[in-house]
Structures are given as structure tokens and as C-alpha cells.
Design a protein around this ligand. Sequence first.
Ligand SMILES: [Zn+2]
Length: 260
Amino acid sequence: MTDAAHSTQDRPTDFSSALASVPAAGNRRAIAMPAHLKFFYGPMDCGKSTLALQIDHNHARQGRHGLVLTRYDRSGRPTITTRVGLAHDAIEVTDELDLVRLVRQQWAAGRRVDYLIVDEAGFLNPEHVDQLAELVDESHVDVYCFGLSTDFRSRLLPGAKRLIELADEISAIQVEVLCWCGRPGQQNARVVHNRVVREGDTVVVADTAVDDAVRYQVLCRAHYRSGDLGEPGERVGRGQLTFDDAAPGEPTVRAERTHR
Ligand SMILES: [Zn+2]
């Protein structure tokens, strides 16, 4: 599948620490078990939201209580939706939302909060990430963040930048999205009238309310740089939807997925 010469970008990520070693519920403060701030990142369509919900499920099964948060979810509602059909109610992280206060309000209402799952974390404000770090250090809440690292200009998103600065652990999600040429997709290209656009308003890759002329396509770095989108025929490969299959309101992100 991969050879030893591959870069860290596409090296398979070991999620066992996140998925397997879920501590049982208990008084974490009494035993001074350190909490962690973790950031899992990858390009569009690489399964980030699915992994987020899987980790939430695994923790909940251990009797732990968490909150699920999102930012600019692609459904336009405070819900984590995944392209494999899973969905979970979520709290929308607005600019004004103070995450420390949010957790304290839960405690004041008698509800435990052992962990937070934050989807679309690349779009967080830096202040939000600072609040997450405070929750980890001061309140021993485990925080799992998932999101894009870069925008369509190939620049770090504000939330991703702050997470890279502060997180205990940063993991590239195993890339399962390929450029049309077959190389691992790294860049979330904004395509306007079939041309790659590298400047313009920041965010919102997750926004579905885009003009028909605007879409996003995952490209390898070389083809992001050259702006080569491939021939339409080349973009329709194994396991790949055609543009016509896009559901109404869905961004037409089309990238061939590998089947491992
Ligand atoms: Zn390519």
C-alpha cells in the first residue's frame, strides 16, 4: 500500500491511543491523570467526522460523558454529518461562545463533562483553542479536535495554526483521498469556473451555500500548484462519483477514494 519512502503526510496514523485506551469513568482529578489536547487533521473527505463520532462512541461506551461541538458544519445545522451517513447532534461553536464557560455551565447543571469532541476545528478562532487548552490543563477534560489544516490558499487555518502550537498530539489522518493523478490529496483547492483560485475570502470550505460556479477539489501539491484539474474523464475513476451524482446542496467535492 505505501512504501517506506513516503512522507509523514501520508503515513498511516495509529489511532489506537485515541480509540483503545479510553480510561474508565472516575475521579480523574483525584488520581491526577493528565488530560490531552489532540488534533487530527486531513484534507476534505478523508473521514475526519466519521472518526470524531467513532471516538465519541467509544468514550460514551466506557461511561464517560462528553460534549460534541462543531463549527460551520456542512449541513448548515449544529450537527456533525459524515459522508458515510452518520449524524450526531452538536453544539455550534459561535464566535461568542466561551468554551470554558460552556463546560462550567454543564457542571453547574449537574452534568459531567469528561471530554470534548470538536469537529471542523480548523475554523475555530485562536481564542477557542486557548480555551480548550485551559480546559485540558485546569479541568482535566480530554479534547479531541478534527479538521482541515489548510484553506484553499494552502495557508494554515486560524484554528489549525493555534492547535499545532498548543496541542499535545497532532496526527495526520491517513489520507484516503487521492488527486485525479493518483497521488495523495493534500490541498483543498477552490475551483471557480474550472480554474484553481488561490486568493480570496478565507474559509469556508465547509460552506454549502456556494455558487454553482464554485466548488472544491482535493489535489496533490503539484497539481494544486500547476492548477491542472485533469481531464473530466480522468476525474471519474474507481469508486468515484460523477459530478451529476451530487446531492442538492452538497459541495461538489469529488476525489477518488482508495479501498483498503
Ligand atoms: Zn495530482
